[in-house]
Design a protein. Structure first.
Length: 307
């Protein structure tokens, strides 16, 4: 079974290289690295040099926190992997600070034993009365630009917020149901790290290419990489192939883990050596979030245990 690892990155090339080096020791894994177009690619090329079966994304996007370009980056890198002469059975989406916690053999065996299952959980947030969720589509969001990366005068900040509030007048009455030429799609929410079979990966690419109205609406949803793919899957027959479906909405992203262990008390916690026992007690295949210089002891222990 061949597996494509798709890793969306913007910094810490050492951690990306460490994960890639570990996984490509097994011939079943290929790693596709999308480097944010805002970041220099040379440090990543240097860190990943000499590691077999590593491919850099040919179509790079400027990825902004909370912006739709994270969806574009995922789609285009997955499209590239689908064109490979190596036919991958699974496509696993990682993001920069993710690291495998199990041996390559364990991960492959897991997917073989669960062959045909889609690992993309999602909770329904359309028509919700919970503002925590409804604000994701009722408040107009747009982050695919450099505005939040630089300092601005109070006047310009107020103008930006006023513009967003004005645009929100057109979305505040949204019920979280998006429309396109072939029907209505109720919004679902979940983790941005997931895994899909080849059948589902092809379905997602075809959907992206043929649903411009849906895509346009998703550009203004809050954190669309946590809703876009989940909404497509859980409004399709593929939902019956998911590890879980039809789950009621529950707050906080940690309730919607797919294959990752992570902690989210307010923001994603950077894991260290003290978290080793908790991580290894879980069934997760990957851990998030780890950093070079902070998580080294943890990763050394994981590698010693998993090979």
């Amino acid at each position: 079974m061949n597996i494509a690892i798709i890793n969306l990155c913007h910094e810490d090339p050492e951690i990306v290289a460490r994960a890639a080096k570990k996984m490509t020791r097994h011939e079943s894994f290929d790693v596709y690295v999308h480097v944010d177009l805002k970041s220099a690619i040379e440090p990543f090329r240097s860190a990943l040099s000499g590691i077999p079966r590593v491919h850099f994304a040919e179509d790079r996007a400027k990825v902004y926190w909370g912006g739709f370009n994270a969806v574009r980056a995922t789609v285009e890198t997955m499209r590239q992997a689908l064109k490979s002469p190596r036919e991958y059975r699974y496509f696993v989406i990682l993001q920069n600070y993710d690291y495998p916690t199990r041996s390559n053999e364990h991960i492959i065996r897991f997917f073989e034993q669960n062959d045909g299952t889609e690992f993309i959980r999602g909770c329904p947030i359309a028509r919700t009365k919970d503002w925590h969720y409804s604000m994701k589509y009722k408040i107009y969001n747009r982050r695919d630009d450099d505005f939040y990366l630089t300092r601005h005068s109070k006047r310009r900040m107020y103008f930006r917020y006023a513009h967003m509030l004005a645009r929100s007048c057109g979305t505040i009455f949204s019920n979280g149901i998006l429309k396109d030429r072939d029907g209505r799609y109720e919004l679902y929410y979940g983790a941005a790290q997931w895994a899909a079979t080849r059948d589902l990966a092809e379905y997602l690419i075809d959907f992206y290419d043929s649903h411009r109205r849906f895509n346009s609406a998703m550009e203004h949803i809050q954190f669309p990489d946590e809703e876009y793919f989940h909404t497509i899957v859980h409004n399709s027959p593929f939902k019956y192939r998911c590890q879980k479906h039809g789950e009621p909405a529950r707050r906080w992203l940690v309730n919607w883990r797919n294959l990752h262990y992570f902690e989210h008390p307010g923001e994603i916690t950077v894991l260290t050596d003290k978290d080793y026992d908790k991580i290894m007690a879980e069934d997760a295949l990957f851990a998030r979030k780890v950093r070079t210089g902070v998580s080294d002891g943890l990763l050394d222990r994981i590698d010693a245990a998993s090979g």
